[in-house]
Design a protein around this ligand. Structure first.
Ligand code: AHM
Ligand code: MG
Length: 349
């Protein structure tokens, strides 16, 4: 048996321990390390992230078996508050987040893309100080074809009074988010989060059932070659966006990537640079994406990584919501690529 000093001298052991340290850097531990504190606030945030991780694992498990189970894929026949046909997976994932948080004592309410009004924690359950805003399945059109999907989350602390029971106290800017991120269901399941101290990614290790640290302090390149937009909407856009896309077409070095699930498209942009756009159309200038649980959390992540997110005329994080399901246009990604799109918008004003 080696003594403690002999043990330290074994460089092989050192190398092996690096791997062990990484394996032990779970999500909840990482949050506490980031905050360098065991205060009640830090414990809450760590527990919140741990619960979000659990929701991600449950959704990932269901998705990985969807083709083997009856009644998991396809539509429910219902239409949600957004006027979109609801898929069975949307309902399942929405319910997963509610079940995971109902008894947690961490949140007072949850609001999502799939619910007209927020879900308030019932009286017989412990009520917490936070609100979880989420898009349970982002990129729903990919569900039935076994392609990448995501979940998006944002955490805010209850500050004002929720007098009308409609969460109008949430009508504040994205700068009030205390945590945000997404889960990406791809070849592996990844969770990316920020609590305002950089952006960190984790990969679900199925053998451990834990999200393990993959990369700390991710920095988005200042410029990239990818532009990611649904060009099927070309004739519905404002002329400024059409001019930008024409510019991209005649300029060497750009490449188009669009998956139909913005979590995966924006994840690519986060790691490799470029820009993702979901502009408004002439008929619907506010676009498709929702502020509180889609564009604001992703903007928080990308800004923390050194990128930018704008509606075209103002930073997404400065937009104050006027209603729960408010929409905004989105131009998000590397600083220089976002600035290039903005230059076309500014020219047209
Ligand atoms: P969803 O949350 O209802 O799935 O809508 C959001 C998704 C984004 O992930 C994606 O970028 C976009 O809608 C795709 O829309 P479109 O088919 O219009 O390009
Ligand atoms: Mg969505």
């Amino acid at each position: 048996m080696a003594t403690a000093s002999e043990y330290k001298d074994l460089s092989m052991v050192g190398a092996a321990n690096d791997g062990l340290d990484r394996d032990c850097t779970t999500l909840s531990r990482h949050v506490l390390q980031q905050l360098q504190s065991f205060s009640p606030e830090a414990q809450d945030l760590s527990a919140l992230m741990n619960r979000i991780g659990l929701a991600g694992k449950l959704v990932a498990r269901r998705l990985s078996r969807a083709g083997l189970m009856e009644g998991v894929l396809g539509f429910t026949g219902e239409v949600n508050v957004q006027g979109e046909s609801v898929k069975k997976m949307d309902v399942y994932a929405n319910d997963v987040f509610i079940s995971v948080f109902k008894q947690s004592g961490l949140v007072c309410r949850l609001a999502s893309e799939e619910m007209d009004e927020p879900y308030y924690i019932p009286e017989n359950c412990p009520v917490g100080r936070y609100t979880l805003l989420y898009d349970p399945i982002d990129g729903s059109s990919n569900t039935d074809t076994n392609l990448s999907l995501g979940s998006i989350f944002s955490i805010r602390k209850q500050e004002g009074e929720d007098l009308d029971g409609k969460a109008s106290d949430l009508h504040s800017s994205g700068r009030n988010q205390i945590a945000a991120g997404y889960i990406l269901y791809g070849p592996s399941t990844m969770l990316v989060y920020t609590i305002g101290r950089g952006v960190h990614s984790f990969t679900l290790d199925p053998s451990l059932g834990e999200f393990i640290l993959t990369e700390e302090n991710i920095k988005i390149p200042d410029q990239g070659s990818v532009y990611s937009v649904n060009e099927g909407n070309f004739w519905q856009w404002d002329e400024s966006i059409r001019e930008y896309v024409r510019y991209v077409h005649r300029t060497e070095g750009y490449t188009a990537r669009y998956s139909g699930a913005m979590v995966s498209d924006i994840h690519r942009v986060l790691l490799q640079g470029g820009v993702f756009l979901y502009p408004g159309t002439v008929k619907k200038p506010e676009g498709k994406l929702r502020l509180l649980y889609e564009t604001a959390p992703l903007a928080f992540v990308i800004e923390q990584a050194g990128g930018r997110a704008t509606t075209g005329t103002m930073d997404i994080l400065d937009v104050v919501a006027e209603k729960l399901h408010q929409r905004t246009p989105l131009i998000i990604g590397s600083k220089q690529d976002v600035a290039k799109v903005e230059s076309f918008i500014q020219k047209s004003h």
